[in-house]
Write a protein that binds this ligand. Structure first.
Ligand code: NAP
Length: 342
């Protein structure tokens, strides 16, 4: 198929990394187009040594485009994705807007790559906190069927985009200088603080971010019986989300078996030596594509319980890497004929 590519939201935290990854991974393309709001349209960016002018995200921007990687807020995705699909594009959407629609595959290539074959013009990439968790769950689920997950997240400020990153830097500086900072992305100061709310209150005391972890996990595994109890927390870390994950399985999985399953799995690196003080942290997982696991141990409160610590770069595997992997599958021989765009 022709590979005329567009990046919608090319100037954002995720879009900037998508551009870098397409360049680094030598993604095959005939033409490439960068789209953003009127705030950025007309300014220029460099890609593969050439200067490109950012175009306005508008309906006719999708004429003569085959694949769109969308990294915009939900309301913008709701508006532009139909424009693109009507014009015959396949959209890989990183926003939350389309993820739970029945006709939209929600894909993490290490877990359910084959789901992309069913696309009708839109393929969604999950929420960053879900993506790293399902990659880590996959080998354990295949071996021993996961019944229940308890997860607590420690989410970086880059998960709230460019404004979130600025809030951490500028808010920390202001705090140290005993000045006020007007937070843009967070409803409480994030400097020298943790905030036990990400997203809005949805139901029964759970936030939108937490319910995404419940429903997206079930959709990706195609298994509505998996019970997930999440608590999502924002921490003053610039990049990389961390998670404590407890899994209850149908049969016991020893830490030794789990370590072997993790080591053999695609996209996972084990970093686990407690005596040596070696485990994944945001500062040794940053700017890498894998999901890192450590502190692998039995959940001593539950017979069939396993617990571990999991860190991944939310802008990479949690967003840009996952979307670019999906786009790579779309142009691969296996999937290039799949799906209908209209
Ligand atoms: N950050 C993460 O870790 C992460 C992980 C997974 C998924 N996501 C999802 O990815 C999407 C992008 O997140 P982000 O963190 O990159 O956000 P961001 O840094 O705020 O970037 C948003 C992008 O969307 C563009 N945009 C905003 N309003 C627009 C409009 N009205 N018309 C056209 N373009 C518009 C912006 O263009 P301008 O620069 O011109 O304003 C910018 O390029 C969100 O849906 C987010 O939920 C983010």
């Amino acid at each position: 198929m022709a590979k005329r590519i567009a990046i919608a939201g090319a100037t954002g935290a995720v879009g900037t990394l998508v551009r870098q990854m397409l360049e680094d991974r030598n993604f095959p393309y005939e033409t490439i187009t960068f789209l953003a709001s009127k705030r950025s349209a007309g300014s220029t960016i460099e890609f593969k040594g050439e200067t490109h002018t950012i175009k306005l995200l508008e309906p006719d921007a999708f004429n003569d485009i085959d694949i769109v990687i969308g990294s915009t807020p939900d309301d913008v995705a709701a508006m532009f994705v139909p424009w693109a699909v009507e014009r015959g594009c396949i959209v890989v959407d990183e926003s939350g807007y389309h993820r739970m629609l029945d006709h939209v595959p929600l894909v993490v290539p290490e877990v359910n790559a084959d789901a992309i074959a069913d696309h009708k013009g839109i393929i969604a990439s999950p929420n960053c906190s879900t993506t790293q968790m399902v990659v880590a769950m996959k080998p354990i689920h295949d071996a021993a069927k996961i019944k229940r997950v308890i997860v607590s997240t420690y989410q970086a400020t880059s998960g709230a985009g460019v404004k979130g990153q600025q809030d951490l830097t500028d808010g920390s500086r202001a705090f140290l200088e005993e000045k006020e900072h007007d937070y843009q992305a967070f409803s409480h100061p994030i400097a020298f603080n943790v905030i036990p709310q990400i997203g809005s209150h949805k139901a029964d005391g759970y936030t939108s971010e937490e319910l995404k972890m419940v429903y997206e996990t079930r959709k990706i595994f195609g298994d509505d019986s998996i019970q997930v109890c999440p608590t999502c927390v924002r921490v003053p870390v610039s990049n990389c989300h961390s998670e404590t994950i407890l899994l209850e399985t149908e049969r016991p999985v020893s830490p030794e078996e789990a370590r072997k399953l993790f080591e053999d799995a695609e996209g996972i690196t084990v970093v686990d030596d407690l005596d040596g003080g070696i485990y994944p942290m945001p500062n040794n997982s940053d700017d890498l594509d894998d999901v890192f696991v450590g502190r692998i141990r039995k959940d001593i409160s539950c017979e069939n319980g396993l617990t571990f610590w999991c860190v991944s770069d939310n802008l990479r595997k949690g967003a840009a890497t996952n979307a670019v992997q999906i786009a790579e599958l779309l142009v691969s021989d296996k999937y290039s004929a799949c799906g209908t765009s209209n």
